[in-house]
Design a protein around this ligand. Structure first.
Ligand code: NAD
Length: 499
């Protein structure tokens, strides 16, 4: 579809340049997609107040009815899967298959949230006092502020939004300044769902466009009960500190530095496709991208040879992410390319041997940045191993004893995803118990999570959990309510007498 038809079908303004301060260039070829106005800072407060007013109405709507609105959102997303997926590809550069996968993830979380809307529940606890009953109740928080990164421009919003809404909250979303169009498209799709629903309060979902200053205005607003922020560690640190100062709540989903361990018992036919997708999928721009590979010394030569061959073969599959045969699209922008080259220079300076990592297709796309994936042989003590560079760089380190590989897996500031490839039950269990990450996979790569489990990581990854399991509890407040239904004066806990 040409951009104008695509924009029209998603209800977006025509793609012609206007005078907005927010320039959106496609990473595919650098072409201008749109110029949009950032939300003025003073307007952020208005959006939050409007969302708060919507919350006061919405929290009274029965949760299963709130689920009906999210069911309708899921239906609209099914209708728009192809168009929204294409816009994701055009705006953030991931291949068509992954753009569609991202929208599928939105649909999946809507389905999950619909079920959840009939299952939100608390415990009843036995009271130590006669004729007393103790309940745990869950109530919505209020306004949820969502700040998202460029690399999952729509799924991260949906993870937060679908669950926050069925829990009875309203949402103000500050998307990445690099992907505002997909955010506007989501808002339009939600508006269509609201029209079918018929009774959603105005202001239930708001979008504030702009850079970090707009995000800061949202973070500092005292009415924003929960800030759910996805992005880099420095961003999360700033957000976490600001929200803590006003005693608000934070859900942080930050950078990863994910490792795969390959043990001597590995089935390489299982391991290789997962390692390759983990390292080069989304051009290395996933928080769960495999960045470190710990290989037993007995397999080092074989794995190096095979990975170098696969990476070389992939050169023919680098290109326009709209083409069906492309497996590796562009980096998001020149800054990302520069950071990759700096990391590779740093790796060389630290004794690393770099295979690949060069710019390609510069003649065809002078305003875009395509690279070959890099495989770097390096020693375990190289400081660069501790950094997340958001690009397709896979550091390979040989180990002798499994305990050393387990220790190396944890020896980074981040703690998102980890994996082991083994056919030895003992090694698998030791790995699961030892990994300090939020995700620990066996014979599955680090990248590509399902929505049913809780998603997130430890240490500098921020500690937040989104999506499935009991992540919904983060969007609600917990209340313990004790009721006395006897006829005598009530007794005090711990047997205290006060008469
Ligand atoms: P980024 O930190 O540059 O920006 C993320 C968002 O934060 C943007 O919307 C940005 O405008 C906003 N922001 C930046 N500074 C802010 C501040 N001080 N206050 C409020 N808002 C602020 O990240 P990015 O380059 O868009 O994304 C890449 C990073 O995101 C990587 O580190 C990646 O690992 C991480 N990420 C993590 C997850 C996860 O679930 N753990 C998912 C996707 C991406």
């Amino acid at each position: 579809m040409n951009p104008s038809s695509l924009f029209a079908s998603l209800g977006l303004p025509a793609s012609s340049p206007t005078n907005g301060d927010l320039t959106v260039n496609s990473p595919i070829d650098g072409s201008l997609l749109a110029k949009l106005e950032s939300t003025p800072l003073r307007e952020v407060s208005t959006l939050v107040e409007r969302a708060h007013a919507a919350f006061l109405t919405w929290r009274r709507v029965p949760a299963p009815r709130r689920g009906e609105l999210i069911r309708l959102l899921g239906e609209e997303l099914r209708i728009q899967k192809s168009t929204l997926g294409e816009l994701v590809t055009r705006e953030c550069g991931k291949i068509r298959e992954e753009g569609l996968g991202e929208v599928q993830e939105m649909i999946d979380i809507c389905d999950y949230a619909v079920g959840l809307s009939r299952m939100i529940g608390g415990h009843t606890f036995p009271s130590e006092r006669p004729d007393h009953v103790m309940h745990e109740n869950w109530y919505p928080l209020g306004v949820v502020g969502v700040i998202s990164a460029f690399n999952f421009p729509v799924a991260v919003w949906a993870w937060n939004f679908a669950i926050a809404i069925v829990c009875g909250n309203s949402v103000v979303w500050k998307p990445s300044e690099k992907t505002p169009l997909t955010a506007l498209a989501c808002q339009e799709i939600f508006t269509r769902a609201c029209a079918k629903f018929g009774e959603a309060p105005d202001g239930l979902s708001q979008v504030a466009l702009g850079r970090a200053d707009v995000g800061k205005a949202l973070v500092d607003h005292p009415r924003v009960a929960l800030v759910s922020a996805t992005g880099s560690v420095p961003m999360g640190r700033a957000v976490g500190e600001a929200v803590a100062r006003r005693m608000g709540r934070c859900l942080l989903e930050l950078g990863g530095n994910n490792a795969v361990i390959v043990t001597p018992s590995v089935d390489l036919e299982v391991a290789l496709p997962s390692i390759v997708f983990g390292a080069v999928g989304t051009a290395g721009q996933r928080c769960t991208t495999t960045r470190r590979l710990f290989v037993h010394t007995s397999l080092r030569e074989e794995l190096l040879t095979r990975l170098c061959k696969i990476f070389a073969d992939l050169h023919a599959r680098i290109g326009n992410p709209m083409d069906a045969q492309t497996l590796i699209g562009p980096l998001i922008d020149k800054d990302a390319f520069d950071r990759m080259q700096n990391a590779l220079a740093g790796a060389r300076a630290q004794g690393g041997r770099v295979h690949g990592g060069e710019r390609v297709l510069a003649d065809k796309y002078p305003e875009a940045h395509y690279v070959t994936p890099a495989l770097v042989e390096i020693s375990a003590d190289a400081p660069i191993l501790r950094e997340e560079t958001f690009a397709p760089i896979l550091y390979m380190v040989a180990y002798e004893h499994l305990e050393d590989a387990l220790a190396l897996n944890n020896d980074v500031p981040q703690g998102l995803s980890s994996a082991i490839f083994t056919t030895d039950l003992r090694e698998a269990e030791l790995f699961r118990q030892s990994s300090d990450c939020g995700i620990a996979n066996v014979n599955i790569g680090t990248s590509g999570a399902e929505i049913g489990g809780a998603f997130g990581g430890e240490k500098e990854t921020g500690g937040g959990r989104e999506s499935g399991s009991d992540s919904w509890k983060q969007y609600m407040r917990r209340q313990t309510a004790t009721t006395y239904y006897g006829r005598q004066p009530p007794s005090l806990a711990q047997g205290i007498r006060f008469s």
